[in-house]
Design a protein around this ligand. Structure first.
Ligand SMILES: [Zn+2]
Length: 130
């Protein structure tokens, strides 16, 4: 997993369908951060992210703000992934430990590939009909 694919909000773009899917069938993406807009969701709404004043939301005085809480809740509910917890883990334990933990969490039991957070499938060994 690549550290530059951890978005400011705590999203792990390494496991995003847009990044994993190379079939051309789905909308593809290089990851929030490599896109260079600070934040795909709140770049226009959050001046600190837009102006690169902070790299991750946990560096902000308002962390966790209402916008982040809404996004966090959506992902906790739909995909069982906790952005705020991830950001706190990165802040307290470092990026390397976070990536190691997510690597285990999203590891395919059959081939060791990466499971997609959005559809729960392994892009290395499963057939994806997107
Ligand atoms: Zn697999």
């Amino acid at each position: 997993m690549k550290p530059e694919l951890i978005a400011p909000c705590g999203m792990n773009c390494n496991v995003c369908r847009g990044v994993l899917d190379k079939s051309g069938k789905a909308k593809t993406c290089v990851g929030c951060k490599p896109r260079g807009k600070g934040c795909t969701y709140y770049g226009g709404l959050c001046s600190k992210l837009k102006n690169s004043e902070i790299e991750f939301c946990y560096e902000c005085d308002d962390f966790p703000c209402d916008k982040l809480k809404r996004l966090d809740k959506r992902y906790r509910t739909r995909y069982n992934y906790d952005f705020i917890e991830a950001l706190e883990f990165i802040r307290d334990n470092g990026m390397e430990a976070h990536l190691a933990r997510d690597m285990e969490k999203f590891k395919c039991p059959d081939c060791g590939g990466t499971i997609c957070i959005h559809n729960g499938k392994c892009y290395s060994c499963q057939t994806i009909d997107s």
